[in-house]
Design a protein around this ligand. Sequence first.
Ligand SMILES: [Fe+2]
Ligand SMILES: [Fe+2]
Length: 251
Amino acid sequence: MPGFPNTGVVGPAVLSREKRRAESTSCFTSIPGTVVAGVWFPNTRRKDDTMIVRRRLVFAVLCGAAVLLAGTSQASAASDATLKNLQAAFNGESNARVKYLAFAKKADQEGFGEVGSLFRAAARAEEIHRENHAAVIRKLGAEPTAKIEKPVVETTRANLVKSAGLGEAYERDTMYPAYIKQALADGNKDAAQSFQYAQETEAEHFKLFEAAAADLKKSAARDYYVCTVSGYTMAKLDRAKCPGGTYETVK
Ligand SMILES: [Fe+2]
Ligand SMILES: [Fe+2]
């Protein structure tokens, strides 16, 4: 039976070449004379095994680094999902703002002054959402980007119905709930808060647009109230609904 060179040690204390190779390729191999995961592995071999021990230590460190890198990569993929959602929401809010300003102009032309004011208030709210999302995007080290499309302007009644049924309802029921869930899973409270403010506001926009469509009549412009932190939009002022109590009057 072979022994270590220059040691005179022979027999069972000597690891076979195959066994050494097998042990040196596992991250979970115990290292004699070391503590792994709180467990002491006594050094039962001769000091001549030092090279093997060193090799295993280096391998263990490399394994640890690989595990850390894998964890970092997973966290990065998670925050990438929220960043992607923030960019999509930023784009959506930016376009909604442009669209509602165009709808306000149309409503004024058709003599629906109240609806004109409502669309301007909604546009201001979408602008606040846009800026809220932008702040979180920048906090994540990215730049907010939006592709503004030319809005399709129809009659005021159609503008109200489509804005409520297609835009606001989708954001309220589908888009923002999914984004909030993802942000919470990613541990991004800023993003979750920004999405939450938008979702609560879109729910109110839906109601206001539906009510306006159901009672469309010639009218003069009027005041609406928009919370400056969350964008929450009201026909009747209730400061308790504004985070921080601050709001703007939009006519
Ligand atoms: Fe919005
Ligand atoms: Fe909205």
